[in-house]
Design a protein around this ligand. Structure first.
Ligand code: 5AD
Ligand code: SF4
Length: 490
């Protein structure tokens, strides 16, 4: 099988379906149809969700967050851990309950969960209210899928299950409805070839495939022109960018090209695999001012034996040497990471090596997970003798260690005046700023620093979407509180 670029003609066919759906949906619901699209999981999946919304808009839909109001409910799911999947089954249960009183409602399941055969089977048997289940490689055919559901053969209701096995596709030019007007995710490559032994992603997202740099740069320019202030280049492993293309840019070259586009914005990227995170990439971050000095570099474990069992292709020493080079090269560089606790066969001593690595690197924050066996992965077949309760204790120990590391990190910011991109309203309940601190008729706003730290401050909502200077007055281990200094001169 090979990677397919979906042609303009194929997309034009989908647009014809979308126009027919527009009429059929209006007839079915007797009003402008309201759609709910709920995306779970990573930023790439959220981006797929924005394309699903783009296509639904072409079919004449407006959008709602409430399942009670929705005529069409689409759940765009994540399969990375079991609890994410369990949550989705609960939510689908609620949606089908809604449908009991409104037979014309349409319910769909898509995304990474839907791409797995055993999940599709479960939906087929146990959730008869679900009308469509479609995998990650046919997202662009949503108009056709809805058309099939709407045009039953004879009187019989039609359910569509479309989960082709495929190495992957690239569909350029799909319409997009973006949920955020300040920050945008920009996919640069899809799929994964790494086959970490715990990870389901290569099984549900296909092989690595890169978009052409001209398409990416055109989209970046468009986002900047539309006023977006932060662009995150997205890929399962961005360092693999371009390896499947001839005569195109490498990831460091692409990052530099995006960072050198004219305009007032920041660039981030996610996710970089330590195995092929090069000095060249670090040098680009160092010399390109608009590329943020924050690197998310998931280490997963600090033990060489576990890293080998995970098929990660680097050692603790190699990982630390990249960190060391970045610390020397990029002023004020900040790292975040993903950690898995309780990989099959991991001992307490090996877990201790993860704790020591965390202290050695000094992460500003961590995404921490207890190992979850995934159908079809090698790790799911491995002996896993450590009881769940023991893994939970290790997990709590990890959180305590990071709390202390995080605190020193955040405390260092007190008293500094930092450039902050104001993203929206901050939390008024359980946030770092209490309501009375944000008084004087101002709202609690939140933003992020270049290094990715959350800052809450009081200010006028007109600042949302702007860079501002904030003087940090107080630190917690997960966020900073500050006072507006003055609007940034930049
Ligand atoms: N169990 C627990 N955590 C996992 N991750 C991926 N697969 C699993 C799994 N089976 C974590 C990894 C990855 C992040 C996105 O999710 O840490 O980097
Ligand atoms: Fe999973 Fe590894 Fe691919 Fe990340 S790089 S998605 S951890 S297989």
């Amino acid at each position: 099988m090979e990677i397919k670029h979906i042609s303009k003609d194929q997309l034009a066919v989908q647009q014809v379906f979308a126009q027919e759906d527009r009429v059929l949906l209006r007839e079915r619901f007797g009003r402008t149809p309201r759609a709910l699209v709920k995306s779970f999981g990573c930023a790439q999946n959220v981006n797929d969700g924005e394309k699903l919304m783009g296509m639904l808009k072409e079919m004449g839909c407006t959008f709602t967050d409430s399942v009670e109001e929705a005529d069409i409910a689409l759940y765009n799911t994540c399969a990375i851990r079991e609890n994410a999947e369990q949550k989705v089954f609960g939510i689908i249960g609620q949606a089908t309950h809604q449908k009991a009183g409104r037979k014309e409602m349409l319910i769909g399941l898509c995304g990474c969960m839907a791409q797995q055969e055993h999940i599709a089977e479960k939906i087929k048997k146990s959730f008869p209210g679900v009308d469509m289940v479609f995998g990650t490689h046919v997202v662009h055919t949503l108009p056709e899928i809805i058309h099939e559901v709407l045009m039953p053969e004879g009187k019989k209701r039609r359910r569509v299950f479309d989960i082709p096995e495929c190495d992957g596709v690239i569909a350029e030019g799909l319409p997009t409805v973006r949920e955020d007007s300040v920050r945008a995710g920009l996919p640069i490559m899809y799929g994964c070839n790494n086959f970490c032994t715990y990870c389901v992603v290569p099984l549900v997202r296909g092989r690595e495939r890169s978009r052409r740099s001209a398409d990416i740069l055109a989209e970046a320019k468009d986002l900047i022109a539309k006023g977006y202030k932060e662009i995150t280049l997205l890929g399962t492993n961005v360092n693999s960018y371009g390896k499947d293309l001839e005569d195109d840019l490498s990831f460091p070259q692409l990052l530099e090209a995006v960072g050198n586009l004219p305009g007032d914005f920041w660039v981030r990227f996610m996710t970089s695999h330590p195995r092929d995170c090069t000095k060249e990439l670090i040098d680009v971050i160092a010399r390109t001012p608009k590329v943020c000095n924050h690197i998310h570099l998931p280490v997963q474990s600090g033990s060489d034996r576990i890293l080998k069992e995970m098929n990660r292709h680097y050692t603790r020493e190699q990982y630390l040497s990249i960190i060391d080079y970045a610390k020397k090269t990029i002023p004020d560089v900040t790292f975040t990471s993903d950690i898995i606790v309780g990989f099959p066969g991991e001992t307490y001593e090996e877990f201790g090596e993860t704790l020591s690595l965390i202290q050695e690197v000094g992460y500003s924050s961590l995404f921490t997970f207890i190992f979850s066996p995934r159908v079809g992965t090698r790790a799911a077949e491995m002996d896993d003798p450590v009881p769940a309760a023991e893994k939970s204790r290790w997990f709590n120990e990890l959180l305590e260690t990071q709390k202390a590391c995080g605190m020193t990190f955040y405390e260092r910011e007190e008293g500094k005046t930092l450039k902050v991109l104001c993203e929206g309203y901050g939390k008024t309940k359980n946030g770092i700023l209490s309501e009375d601190q944000a008084s004087e008729g101002k709202s609690v706003l939140m933003g992020r620093t270049e290094r990715g730290m959350v800052v809450d401050f009081a200010g006028d909502p007109s600042l949302i979407g702007q860079f501002v200077d904030v003087t940090i007055t107080r630190a917690a281990n997960w966020a900073l509180a500050g006072k507006l200094a003055k609007p940034s001169a930049e």
